[in-house]
Design a protein around this ligand. Structure first.
Ligand SMILES: Nc1ncnc2c1ncn2[C@@H]1O[C@H](COP(=O)(O)OP(=O)(O)O)[C@@H](O)[C@H]1O
Ligand SMILES: [Mg+2]
Length: 233
């Protein structure tokens, strides 16, 4: 079976004018099986967000290191921006610490949004799926509300539903519980784990950045970024 995610030889250097380049990591490789959950740990500034953005095609690794990023067998690096954006929309869901909902859109519109870009599921199916996801997330009564009318935990529920709209094979979550109290955070984790099956989908593979050992313990594997390298176990 294809890996849900295959990343090899990733190096990332930030070069800012007038300053010494910052080498964030070098030689990072990661392989994730379908449905597998991997927690990424590491202190602040160790490069966790940078790594997640590269795994999801939102950022690119340094050229010339033989770097490879494949999601469900699709090559994210060897194609143009348009095609990468389409692959991202269809195969990858993102959840961020700060929710990143669009404030002017309703809850339902926010969740439907990934279907608009790059034609994932059709319009009618997107509407149906968004409603089912929100219902299963306990937000069936809040479809027409704006994000500002919701609590932090509710906003993150909306963000998780949105990330799952196109039934991605890979879910990337960057400290999804970081802005929430412990109990609310655990409920979000339950949702991340259980929501796909509630709408008759396969659970996506998950790569989740977290500072919480308790959260990491609910994953199959732990990877730690330290001094520019990723170690497992
Ligand atoms: N766009 C950027 N330009 C320059 N440096 C950056 C940029 N983004 C992150 N960095 C630097 O790269 C390092 C890793 O950042 P980040 O990936 O956000 O770490 P983490 O998510 O583990 O806290 C930090 O030293 C940070 O200052
Ligand atoms: Mg970060």
């Amino acid at each position: 079976m294809k890996d849900a995610l295959l990343a090899e030889n990733l190096r990332k250097t930030y070069k800012l004018p007038g300053a010494a380049p910052i080498r964030v990591f070098d030689g990072v490789s990661l392989r994730v099986a379908p449905g597998e959950r991997v927690a990424v740990l590491g202190r602040s500034g160790s490069g966790k967000s940078t790594l997640l953005n590269i795994l999801g095609g939102l950022d690119r690794p340094d050229p010339g290191t033989g770097a490879r990023v494949e999601v469900a067998g699709l090559d994210l690096l060897g194609c143009g921006e348009r095609r990468r954006a389409a692959m991202r929309a269809r195969n990858i869901g993102f959840v961020f610490q700060a929710f990143h909902l669009l404030p002017e859109l309703t809850v339902l519109e926010n969740v439907r949004l990934p279907a608009m870009a790059h034609g994932g599921v059709g319009r009618h199916e997107a509407e149906e799926r968004a409603r089912r996801l929100l219902e299963a997330a306990g937000l069936g009564g809040r479809l027409e509300h704006r994000p500002a009318e919701l609590s932090g935990g509710e906003r993150q529920r909306v963000a998780v539903a949105r990330a799952l709209l196109n039934a991605p094979s890979l879910l990337l979550a960057d400290e999804p519980t970081g802005n929430l109290d412990g109990q609310t955070g655990m409920q979000i984790l339950d949702l991340v784990f259980d929501l796909p099956s509630a709408v008759s989908g396969e659970a996506p593979a998950l790569v989740m950045v977290t500072h919480s050992r308790e959260v990491a313990a609910r994953c199959n594997r732990t990877a730690t970024l330290r001094d520019g390298a990723l170690t497992f176990g």
